[in-house]
Ligand binder design. Structure first.
Ligand code: MF3
Ligand code: CO
Length: 254
């Protein structure tokens, strides 16, 4: 189902999404412990599926528009939507693990980039910039601001740090389905998109590249890579817009 309007969530609905979000961030904490040279992203995928099942939830991405796995696992120059594989992660790799939790019909979506073993200074700086760019966007997720405030803050910060922002993949509204309106680009002017209202729940999920912003999708129909082969990193949170300011529903630090 494609929802062609922005649904506003009640406080109770936001709380249910927050429960999904807490489970998701707890799972990311466990993933962090598993990431090391030699582990495969297929093992991590199986871990996530099992972890969610154990906690009464399901991995919403599996089967979504034909996507075959619980997680997206995007290594090095893969920008997003990488398939988990049986190739062991190598010392110096960076990997983004992205997944959507369904807990009692309500969803949360969050991605983190992880360092595998010891990584280059360049890769570490990219990961740091991607996480901080996300928070620059979250700061702007206030009632009365436009989507453009979020977009512009992210792009401005990323460019200051010397990185480009991917344009082909954007954030989105989320609720009982993964992709709802509004669309949440991570680039462009302040004067774009709708004005933010209390009860909107959106994902903010900038992908930053060391090189150019251009990406291409492989023949599997999913895996998106940088055209120039340079590294890409991503952080994503699900964020509720409230009169008291943004609430990060997928925050690791609770
Ligand atoms: N988690 C993704 C996002 O951030 C959604 C992935 S779509 C899927 O929007 F088809 F790959 F599951
Ligand atoms: Co996601």
């Amino acid at each position: 189902m494609i929802i062609l309007f922005t649904s506003l969530k009640t406080k109770e609905e936001v709380e249910r999404m927050h429960e999904a979000g807490r489970l998701l961030s707890d799972c990311h904490k466990e993933i962090k412990k598993l990431i090391r040279p030699g582990v495969t992203t297929m093992e991590i995928d199986a871990f996530v599926e099992e972890y969610l099942k154990k906690h009464g939830a399901t991995a919403e991405q599996k089967g979504y528009q034909g996507y075959p796995y619980a997680t997206c696992a995007s290594v090095n120059d893969v920008v997003c939507h990488g398939f988990p594989t049986t190739d062991p992660l190598k010392d110096g790799d960076i990997v983004t693990i992205d997944f959507v939790v369904n807990l009692n019909g309500w969803l949360a979506d969050s991605a983190w980039s992880y360092a595998v073993g010891s990584i280059s200074e360049e890769a570490a700086d990219l990961i740091d910039a991607a996480e901080k760019a996300l928070y620059k966007g979250i700061e702007q997720a206030k009632v009365g601001n436009r989507i453009g405030h979020i977009a512009n803050a992210i792009e401005t910060y990323a460019n200051e740090r010397g990185y480009s922002v991917v344009k082909d993949f954007i954030g989105h509204g989320i609720g009982q389905t993964i992709h709802e309106f509004p669309m949440v680009p991570h680039f462009g002017p302040i004067e774009q998109g709708p004005v933010l209202k209390e009860g909107m729940v959106i994902t903010i999920e900038p992908m930053l590249n060391c090189g150019e912003y251009f990406v291409y999708v492989e023949e599997d129909g999913w895996t998106a890579r940088t055209v120039d082969g340079e590294l890409s990193a991503q952080f994503e949170h699900t964020v509720a817009i409230t009169k008291k300011g943004p609430i990060v529903l997928t925050n690791q630090y609770r």
